[in-house]
Design a protein around this ligand. Structure first.
Ligand SMILES: Cc1cc2nc3c(=O)[nH]c(=O)nc-3n(C[C@H](O)[C@H](O)[C@H](O)COP(=O)(O)O)c2cc1C
Length: 247
């Protein structure tokens, strides 16, 4: 198959959660941010902001808020990528026009913009031999994160991103087979159960080998457990408070 350095970088992805004490240079941080800024955005709204956190105390507090995820503190730089319609509200005020950004569509727009920015940033970081992991735990307590980072109305944290020099060399985590996620011309449910079973075998082997036989999990069991309870019900309430009020 045809390849090049970009494709190889993308396809060699692994999340990194252990970092050396080495710091990033100012230029590396600048390039990572700049790469985020060049992500495409819906309707050119650029509905995101990046908060760069290097202060040790703040990282510690955020690590706790993210559900005691130690790497949020131990990574040299933690980025918080937010959906941000605050400056769009300002634009409306400048032109004395109604500001209609409360609908769920805008929550999607902001989340997608933020995600594209974050992935560009992670890839840029990896191009410098850095590693990182995205942190959805930033949505565990968005209210407290908003207070800590002084986030205004019409913004919400979407994800965090830990970046640093890798101090681990994990294997790549196997993905669902291509047939289970890519369809020609129309959706195909036919072989799904079979594909899930096949993937379960792959993941069982992966976990078994990675944990010296301690973990005997399968992907479907993991997902079934994950989706057996509601996730972050407080998110809806926080979004309403931030101005995303309409269904
Ligand atoms: C939006 C998003 C949020 C995530 N949140 C967390 C998180 O809070 N903590 C964590 O350890 N990993 C988090 N991850 C990493 C995933 O667990 C990881 O990408 C997945 O298990 C696949 O592993 P890989 O990235 O090593 O291929 C997140 C990934 C994404 C894309």
């Amino acid at each position: 198959m045809q390849s090049n350095s970009v494709v190889s970088l993308i396809q060699s992805h692994r999340s990194i959660r252990q970092f050396t004490d080495d710091q990033l240079s100012k230029e590396q941080i600048e390039q990572i941010i700049e790469s985020g800024r060049w992500a495409p955005t819906s309707h050119h709204v650029q509905a995101y902001s990046i908060i760069v956190v290097q202060d040790e105390k703040k990282k510690r507090k955020l690590a706790t808020l993210c559900g005691n995820q130690a790497y949020v503190e131990t990574c040299p730089v933690f980025f918080v990528i937010c959906a941000d319609f605050y400056r769009l509200k300002q634009a409306s005020e400048i032109h004395q026009q109604a500001f209609e950004a409360g609908e769920q569509e805008q929550v999607l727009v902001g989340a997608v913009d933020a995600a594209l920015v974050a992935q560009n940033m992670l890839l840029a970081a990896r191009s410098f031999e850095l590693g990182g992991v995205m942190i959805g735990g930033i949505r565990n307590d968005q209210e407290a994160v908003a207070q800590l980072l002084n986030l205004p109305s019409h913004t919400f944290p979407v994800m965090g991103l830990c970046v640093g020099y890798p101090d681990q060399n994990p294997e790549q985590k196997p993905r669902l087979p291509q047939q289970a996620v890519v369809f020609a011309e129309e959706y195909n449910k036919e072989d799904l159960v079979e594909q899930i079973n096949e993937y379960d075998d792959v993941m069982k082997k992966y976990y078994y080998e990675r944990t010296n036989g301690k973990r005997l999990d399968t992907w479907s069991k993991q997902m079934a457990t994950f989706f057996s309870t509601p996730k972050r019900p407080q998110v809806g309430e926080f979004l309403t408070k931030q101005g995303f009020t309409k269904g």
